[in-house]
Design a protein around this ligand. Structure first.
Ligand SMILES: Nc1ncnc2c1ncn2[C@@H]1O[C@H](COP(=O)(O)OP(=O)(O)OP(=O)(O)O)[C@@H](O)[C@H]1O
Length: 311
């Protein structure tokens, strides 16, 4: 049987009248990466804060690292590390001093603390900047320092709240690499993200949080199978040719401005040929043709569409 690093059943949280988490169930197997995906304000940070004991839940059974959150928050705290929007990095002191402070918090002996701090600064490519105040670090360096600080306590479960928001592409890829290495070392990672590509790239399982509930949960491939979303996209340079194509393809939806057409299609050879045959019959030649299979964007938009839009 799989051991769960994190499990939640019927997790609820409201702020006044505002229901943020409305019965959320989560199951995260040990040694995996789990992504909680949702738009701004969906309640991702609230979920992380509850799971990491920073704020209290209103209801629900939650176990983290084998410990009941309500009965034994101290044991949960000992098993986890948290980094993210409420970063522990102090800008006024140096990177090394931040690390040593964490070592003190974890009651490491002086020499051991220095050894662990130096090794982690080295591992996260911060050794050269270790003597500089953290306020002078770039966004990517601060995130790396934040993770390094979290690892001082050797946690088995790490919560990463939007680990790459605001980072440039190179720093994002470095962070992804760091996350993969953590999991290769047996750590469980629970991350929140607004980025579909990040969830697709990293996560073993993804849950989409919408309106306080998990709208869908599964592997990226499973989620992609939930929505049709596949289409053939045709682009034209000439408005008249675009109009002829629109007439020839009754299923198509067109965008008059960009002179592009989208024809729903599962992407099979047979379906593609049917589109091409119709264009041929109308004597129309597209300037660009692409086949689009559903991606997480399609899933996300299908699942998080406001109800009014579906009516
Ligand atoms: N302490 C609080 N008091 C009142 N409302 C709050 C509080 N904290 C969060 N909220 C509200 O709860 C909702 C969820 O917030 P949360 O920060 O969990 O969302 P999020 O998914 O992490 O979004 P973001 O990506 O913007 O961080 C928001 O509408 C927010 O305004």
């Amino acid at each position: 049987m799989t051991t769960l690093a994190i499990s939640a059943n019927g997790l609820r949280k409201s702020y006044g009248d505002k229901v943020v988490l409305d019965g959320v169930d989560l199951a995260v197997p040990e040694g995996t990466i789990f992504a909680l995906l949702g738009p701004n304000g969906a309640g991702k940070t609230t979920a992380v804060k509850i799971l990491s004991t920073l704020i209290a839940k209103d209801a629900g059974d939650v176990r983290v690292g084998g410990h009941d959150l309500a009965a034994d928050p101290q044991a949960v705290r000992a098993a986890i590390g948290v980094t993210g929007q409420f970063s522990a990095v102090d800008g006024l002191i140096t990177g090394a001093e931040n690390m040593l402070l964490m070592a003190d918090l974890h009651h490491l002996a002086r020499a051991e603390g220095r050894r662990v701090a130096a090794a982690l600064l080295e591992r996260f490519d911060l050794a050269d900047a270790a003597a500089k105040p953290a306020a002078t670090y770039s966004g990517g360096m601060k995130r790396r320092l934040d993770i390094a600080m979290t690892l001082v306590g050797n946690p088995r479960i790490i919560f990463l709240d939007e680990p790459t928001t605001g980072l440039d592409p190179r720093s994002r890829h470095t962070m992804w690499q760091i996350i993969r290495e953590l999991v290769a070392g047996g750590v469980t990672v629970f991350l929140t993200t607004q980025y579909l590509d990040e969830a697709d790239e990293l996560a073993d399982r993804i849950a989409v949080l919408h309106d306080g509930k998990i709208a869908a949960e599964g592997t990226a491939a499973e989620l992609k199978r939930l929505v049709p979303g596949g289409h053939v996209r045709l682009r034209f340079n000439d408005p008249a040719t675009y109009q002829s194509a629109l007439l020839a393809l009754p299923d198509a939806t067109g965008d008059d401005e960009s002179l592009t057409l989208q024809v729903p299609s599962g992407g099979s050879q047979h379906e593609l040929r049917a589109v091409l045959d119709r264009l041929d019959a109308a004597g129309v030649l597209a300037d660009e043709l692409t086949v689009h299979t559903p991606d997480l964007d399609d899933v996300f938009f299908a699942l998080t569409q406001p109800l009014e839009a579906l009516r």
